[in-house]
Design a protein around this ligand. Structure first.
Ligand code: SF4
Length: 342
């Protein structure tokens, strides 16, 4: 199995800029998972953090590698964690002749679903907090999904590092979806109609035509970059490797993920009188360390220093990149408009 691609595709997401609009989610859903057996698939989704996420409690389902680098299979998410698509009383509301007496409402609670705990904050008022975290397949350097699959139906491409389902037909005879148990981010889904594993393909058919992935291109918050991590001139390289202000999520899972996050800073805490209390951050550093590892202290410190430079009218190349004055700066080498490649 390929573990070192010649070039590695990577994404950086600035959690200080994501506003939870879900445009990336809908762009991806419309393009890739709008078919039969794909209702529960959200290859891109925006979780409210801290939260239980999607699928529910994915962070504690296991998978990835243990401390010795051995594959550590976890749980396969089920209906309880995905929830079911909601049925609504469309007939009654639109054709029932009940006027204003009938209102649109779900007919049965699915118990859980994407965005179920959206915007629910943690902590005590006035210092409660939450932030949004877009999540997609990490196109890992050491993908546990591919490592776990005995059929070799998932592979990492040498030319760009994209992790792909390369042989859906091999899944047909599979009674134990080890790929789903192997991925600690729970980014592999099973399509019951096609009897196949399916996952984010990195918008490969677009990237091969120099068009950026839909989540990146459609993001109105200008918060997602794409590029090759080996390109020392690219924003993704600079943010991750040079400036070290973008970090992988749960590096302890051992898969060497290639989606990196600029950690959220949040507004300052307030004391009982409503005055700014700078003695500690609103989002506890322990929580951020649990997500991004110990490197997050350095990243947060650097970001605060750079913000201060801008406030003092000094140059800050880091902030200039993070501000994204022209949205095309997000697209890396995938600069073409989709209309150019029809
Ligand atoms: Fe595989 Fe999961 Fe890594 Fe994606 S995030 S490459 S599905 S192990």
């Amino acid at each position: 199995m390929v573990t070192e691609a010649k070039r590695q595709i990577a994404f950086v997401v600035d959690l200080n800029k994501c506003m939870g609009c879900h445009t990336c989610t809908i762009a991806c859903k419309t393009l890739w998972t709008n078919d039969k057996g794909m209702d529960h698939m959200w290859w891109m989704k925006v979780n409210t953090m801290p939260g239980r996420g999607y699928p529910k409690d994915w962070e504690t389902m296991g998978g990835g590698y243990d401390g010795e680098g051995n594959l550590a299979l976890g749980k396969e998410p089920g209906t309880e964690e995905y929830g079911r698509p909601m049925e609504f009383n469309y007939e009654e509301v639109f054709f029932g002749g009940n006027g204003h007496k009938a209102h649109l409402a779900p007919q049965e609670s699915p118990g859980w679903g994407p965005n179920w705990d959206e915007d629910i904050a943690t902590g005590e008022y006035p210092n409660s907090y939450f932030f949004y975290m877009p999540r997609l397949c990490n196109h890992c350097g050491h993908p546990a999904c591919a490592e776990a699959c005995p059929q070799k139906a998932i592979a990492k491409r040498e030319e760009d590092g994209v992790v792909l389902v390369v042989d859906e037909s091999a899944c047909a005879t599979c009674s134990d979806p080890l790929c789903m148990k192997g991925c600690p981010y729970k980014e592999v889904y099973r399509n019951p109609v096609r009897s196949a594993a399916q996952k984010c393909n990195g918008c490969l058919p677009r990237m091969e035509r120099e068009v950026a992935p839909a989540c990146v291109r459609q993001c109105p918050g200008r918060c997602i970059w794409v590029g090759f991590l080996n390109d020392a001139e690219s924003p993704v390289y600079k943010l991750v490797k040079e400036w070290k202000v973008a970090l992988p999520l749960h590096p302890e899972f051992g898969t060497r993920p290639h989606v990196y996050y600029v950690p959220p800073l949040a507004s300052p805490r307030l004391d009982a009188e409503g005055n700014v209390d700078s003695s500690q951050p609103r989002i506890p550093m322990d929580y951020l360390r649990g997500l991004f590892g110990p490197e997050v202290d350095g990243a947060v410190g650097r970001l605060q220093e750079e913000i201060e430079k801008k406030r003092n009218k000094q140059d800050s190349p880091i902030m200039d990149v993070l501000i994204v004055r022209k949205w095309q700066e997000l697209l890396g080498p995938f600069e073409k408009d989709p209309s150019e490649v029809q």
